[in-house]
Design a protein around this ligand. Structure first.
Ligand SMILES: [Zn+2]
Length: 599
């Protein structure tokens, strides 16, 4: 990797962020001072309001929430700085030490503040409703009503404390055990021992033999570990079943839907719509099989690259492409995105010790977001820049809602990022004159959308089958789990991809199923929402659409997602809504077919 760094200049070598808007350095005395101030605030809150929340009048409740919000903002400012600086050099002992210190400190602070949430959640209904409707509290209305939705599922304070303490050696311990087992696992490949990401990367190689051998290695290792992994999956599924029973959740997915601010009906409609269009997946993979010149496409062929790949992009070019696309949409979006470059809010330079991946950190409303990525000059990185700056613009605009209401739920959190990618993708393909390059770009986009929509929903179907079977049949053996996996995956590919017998066990390494059950459908939700919005934008043009879109971004998490989105003409409760986004993917597959046929 270091050889690579010296061999090629991407133009991003000097693109390093300036975190001084948070703190000057890890030794900044303001860090200690802010921790003490937040502690003092939490103590003051407890002394003034503990046992009193349900007896406050409107003015005092407003005052109390303001203090609570300030303490949370301070904790987030500290945590943001510690995380951000640590991501740039994970091997730096001083950064690691600060991160650990802030993590332990903020968990204590959260425990201290817990009473406030609980007392509000458990306050009598008529008191709560009066406060929610009170004009004095209008700014916090959504936070007040959204927090209350957990009421039917909360236990008493002593019960909550026991559950949270025992989870450390229960659920969390099993998840950590899984993470450590998988993290330490090595996969043999031609005499080498590869990490999981190393071996999975081989599935993207053009040489079929490389892909096949890599897939066999993954299967071999998973089969060896299958008794352990099956036991972990069973234990965590049973743990979830008992949690759901104690907290009176109707189905395995209900608690996730509640935290996503999505009703069971909306989510059911989404799943139903996506599974009804698996034919789009099958159509694309038949086309891909022909393009690769194969008689049969096996599971290990799905990620094979198409021949013509896009070239390299210098950082300055990437910046120009993204800002131009944003400018054509709305000047304000380009202006905000531009600040990230001119004010050093982006860290893009690759360097030793820097963690992988990319993110946009909202930090806190009193500061501004920061974007983190590793820029290598690939076309994919231009899309990543567009994606993270989409988040950045959204987070920048929603600061006006304050700490408690700036963040959207998971389902709409990917809206601005995916929309930004669509703007850039449309520009980039329009500019590519070589039909082969356009086809390769289109294929990448289709496969990304599939990964976000169809694959996540097919994984949701596996989770559904697993949790339902665990609740009805008791402990599941690995054969049963493998059957459920193969059924739900084959359903998506229909006859387009042949699932080898080896692929049966590939459910067992996917961490999302254990870390955050039910998580996966939120990706499909966000992407389909954006595809439908983007189609409307293309029909209507910018103007009023762009203005309304900016209003949605400014609203952040200050209302239920369906209300925030209503001005865009989107009705999330209408099952047909999801078909609009699916029709857009189908159009992309049409375009790919047309390019192949030289039309
Ligand atoms: Zn994102």
């Amino acid at each position: 990797m270091e050889a690579n760094l010296t061999a090629k200049r991407t133009g991003a070598e000097e693109v390093v962020w300036d975190l001084s808007d948070l703190y000057a350095s890890v030794d900044d005395p303001a860090i200690e001072r802010d921790m003490q101030q937040a502690d003092a605030q939490a103590e003051h809150l407890a002394a003034s309001y503990r046992g009193q929340v349900a007896a406050l009048d409107n003015e005092s409740l407003y005052q109390a929430i303001t203090e609570y919000e300030q303490a949370i903002e301070m904790a987030n400012k500290l945590a943001s700085y510690a995380h951000l600086i640590w991501s740039t050099d994970t091997g730096n002992a001083a950064y690691g030490k600060l991160l650990q210190k802030v993590t332990e400190w903020s968990s204590r602070l959260e425990q201290q503040l817990l009473f406030f949430d609980l007392e509000w959640i458990n306050a009598p209904d008529d008191f709560a409703q009066t406060m929610i409707d009170d004009p004095v509290l209008a700014h916090y209305r959504h936070w007040l009503e959204a927090t209350r939705r957990y009421q039917p599922h909360m236990l008493s304070e002593p019960e909550e404390k026991i559950l949270s303490e025992k989870a450390v050696t229960g659920r969390e311990a099993w998840v950590r055990f899984f993470t450590e087992v998988m993290g330490n696992t090595r996969y043999p490949y031609n005499g080498e021992e590869l990490t999981q990401s190393g071996i999975l990367a081989k599935l993207y190689e053009p040489d079929r033999e490389v892909r096949r051998t890599a897939a066999q290695s993954v299967t071999g290792v998973l089969r060896e570990k299958l008794p352990i992994l099956t036991y972990v999956f069973n234990t965590l599924a049973a743990d979830k079943a008992s949690d759901d029973r104690l907290r009176s959740y109707q189905s395995w997915i209900s608690s996730r839907n509640l935290s996503n601010e999505a009703s069971d009906e909306v989510v059911d409609a989404l799943i139903e719509a996506v599974t009804s269009r698996y034919d789009i997946v099958a159509r694309y993979y038949r086309l891909k099989r022909d393009l690769l010149g194969l008689d049969e496409l096996y599971d290990y062929d799905r990620y094979a690259p198409l021949p013509a790949a896009a070239g390299e992009y210098h950082w300055d070019r990437a910046r120009e492409i993204v800002l131009n696309a944003y400018q054509n949409f709305h000047p304000r979006v380009a202006e905000i995105a531009g600040e990230f470059f001119t004010r050093a809010w982006i860290d893009a330079a690759e360097r030793p010790g820097k963690r992988g991946g990319a993110y946009s950190a909202s930090t806190v409303p009193s500061v501004h977001p920061y974007v983190f990525m590793n820029y290598t000059g690939a076309a994919r990185d231009v899309m990543t820049l567009a994606h993270e700056l989409g988040h950045g613009v959204h987070q920048y605009l929603s600061r006006e809602q304050g700490m408690l209401q700036a963040h959207t739920p998971l389902t709409t959190a990917e809206m601005a990022s995916t929309f930004g990618e669509m703007l850039v993708f449309t520009d980039m393909t329009a500019q590519a004159s070589d039909p082969q390059v356009r086809l390769a770009m289109l294929a990448n986009k289709i496969e990304d959308s599939f990964a976000t929509i169809f694959r996540q929903v097919s994984m949701n179907r596996f989770e559904h089958a697993m949790h339902t079977a665990r609740r009805e049949e008791g402990e599941l053996d690995s054969e049963r789990l493998s059957d459920l996996w193969l059924q739900t995956q084959q359903a998506m590919f229909m006859d387009s991809v042949r699932m080898s017998d080896d692929y049966r066990v590939w459910w067992s390494y996917i961490p999302h199923f254990l870390h955050t059950p039910g998580y996966v459908y939120a990706y499909a939700f966000g992407e389909l929402l954006v595809l439908a919005l983007f189609a409307r934008y293309q029909q209507e043009g910018g103007g009023s659409f762009a203005e309304r879109y900016l209003d949605v971004l400014r609203a952040g998490g200050s209302d239920w997602p369906e209300k925030t989105l209503a001005p865009m003409g989107v009705d999330l409760t209408d099952p047909n809504f999801w078909q609009e986004g699916l029709a857009e993917i189908e159009k992309m597959v049409d375009q790919a077919e047309a390019l192949v046929n030289g039309q």
